[in-house]
Design a protein around this ligand. Structure first.
Ligand code: PRP
Ligand code: MN
Ligand code: MG
Length: 181
């Protein structure tokens, strides 16, 4: 981590802060879903780290499934085009579903995903996101669990990428200018 951590100009959220917050949210989710079967739906690729940490911080037994959906491509701006690259393996009708995301930026990805999943008639459908950028949001999305609200800057780490890189950073921060050139 130390080598790629050198590409950051500023750490916004440390590994320790992430650990603490994920444990807090896991405890809330344990309480809220007590006695119910829960399916966690991770949104590939970004949600891999959140899913791994959140799910292991839970005390309840859950299922996990994945969807791959992309709107960004390799740029730093949303392209506005949402594509399903991989659908769920699970039929979610009648199931309690919690969508697990790394970040809500414009809200485009999740507003599309939520209306798509709603049409499959789950028993309940909620959203958990590690990060949210309130200033960047264009589409209203109702979120039940938020890790951190962050400023409208391009950040990487903990699943967030720049051209596919930096997802494996354990903290979240802004990239140094030399990385872009
Ligand atoms: C990123 C991020 C969210 C989405 C948020 O995914 O992981 O899924 O963008 O942006 P939005 O709120 O503006 O829609 P991306 O499309 O980059 O794919 P990735 O998860 O594979 O990086
Ligand atoms: Mn994503
Ligand atoms: Mg991305």
């Amino acid at each position: 981590d130390t080598q790629i951590a050198g590409d950051l100009t500023r750490v916004l959220i440390s590994k320790e802060q992430l650990e603490t917050r994920m444990a807090e949210l896991a405890a809330e989710i344990d309480r809220d879903y007590e006695g119910r079967d829960l399916l966690l739906v991770g949104v590939l690729n970004g949600a891999v780290m959140v899913m791994a940490d959140l799910s292991r911080a839970l005390r309840s037994r859950v299922r996990m499934d994945w969807m791959a959906i992309s709107s960004y491509g390799s740029g730093t701006q949303s392209s506005g085009v949402v594509r399903i690259l991989k659908d769920l393996n699970t039929d979610i009708s009648g199931m309690h579903v919690l969508v697990v995301e790394d970040i809500i930026d414009t809200g485009l990805t999740l507003s599309y995903l939520i209306s798509n999943l709603k049409s499959r008639n789950p028993a309940s459908l909620k959203i958990m996101t590690a990060f949210r950028k309130p200033e960047a949001q264009q589409m209203a999305v109702e979120v039940s669990y938020v890790g951190f609200d962050i400023p409208n800057e391009f950040v990487v780490g903990y699943g967030l990428d720049y051209d596919g890189h930096y997802r494996n950073l354990t903290s979240v921060g802004t990239l140094a200018p030399h990385v872009y050139s």
